[in-house]
Design a protein around this ligand. Structure first.
Ligand code: NAI
Length: 258
């Protein structure tokens, strides 16, 4: 078994399900000690227990990424206990589908709070810890940060924000001479609870139309799996990506080609 993240301490947010869970498992397989965080404490316990049972190293924390103080105390606690933080995956995210006419301001703000402000606070806290030891920050954006969808006004906005915030942060770190790389990952349609719930929230004819459209429009003709994104994150976290910063890794079965 290769150990591409040997001796690395990695924090993954929203790691109780879907892409975050798969990324945590993949990182642990490659030798990282993974700090698994999520709002859902039961999910955190389950993921940590599974990783440990498979012979990996993981520790769990309940975390709401919108909690500013929580970010600083979490990163301080990781550095105090493990000596460093080398990798952060800002993965936690929510989607509340609505078009520009139907969206409520409360839902709009909720989406920005988790998807944009959470990523900002995570980067800020991690940079403080990584300045001396170096690190890799991976912000999970989306293809929805690159192309628009009529029914995801707030989500589109948040993921576009993550995309360009990543570049600003990468430039700041480089300019300061910090040994920190910052990149974004843009998953296409990945079969997780988020997509299942999104489809379930639509009228049946709309979700059916969307599924048929996806089959037609994804060049590889299928949705992706969480592991497809986890492998991209692994690459960016590892030394193999040592010359990459501010870049966008699109993993979408070719969806954004046209
Ligand atoms: P998911 O809904 O399956 O899992 C998200 C996890 O984040 C859940 O365990 C949830 O409890 C946690 N979470 C939600 N709000 C939180 C908060 N405030 N603080 C801490 N944890 C919180 O989602 P999925 O599909 O795994 O998505 C992960 C990331 O990938 C998200 O940022 C999402 O926007 C992005 N993404 C997903 C795509 C997909 O097709 N599934 C496509 C493109 C991007």
């Amino acid at each position: 078994m290769s150990q591409r993240l040997e001796n690395k301490i990695a924090l993954v947010t929203g790691a109780g399900a879907g892409i975050g869970e798969a990324t945590s498992r993949r990182f642990a397989e490659e030798g990282a000690t993974v700090i698994v965080t999520d709002m859902d404490g039961d999910a955190v316990e389950r993921v940590v227990a599974d990783i440990t049972a498979a012979g990996g190293r993981a520790d769990g924390r309940v975390q709401d990424v919108t909690d500013e103080q929580g970010w600083d105390s979490l990163v301080d606690a990781i550095v105090a206990e493990y000596g460093a933080l080398h990798v952060l995956v800002n993965n936690a995210g929510i989607a509340l589908p609505a078009n520009v006419e139907d969206a409520t301001l409360a839902d709009w703000r909720k989406v920005q709070a988790v998807n944009v402000e959470g990523v900002f606070m995570g980067c800020r806290a991690a940079i403080r810890a990584m300045k001396s030891c170096g690190g890799s920050i991976i912000n999970i954006s989306s293809i929805e940060g690159i192309v628009g969808e009529p029914n995801t006004a707030a989500y589109n906005t948040s993921k576009g924000g993550v995309r360009i915030f990543t570049k600003s942060t990468a430039l700041h770190c480089a300019k300061q001479g910090y040994p920190i790389r910052v990149n974004s990952v843009h998953p296409g349609f990945i079969l997780t609870a988020m997509v299942e719930q999104g489809l379930a929230s639509m009228p049946e004819d709309v979700s059916q139309e969307m599924l048929e459209r996806l089959d037609r429009e994804i060049p590889l003709q299928r949705m992706g799996e969480p592991l497809d994104i986890a492998n991209g994150c692994l690459f960016l976290a590892s030394e193999e990506a040592k010359y990459m910063t501010g870049s966008e890794l699109i993993i979408d079965g070719g969806y954004t080609c046209h």
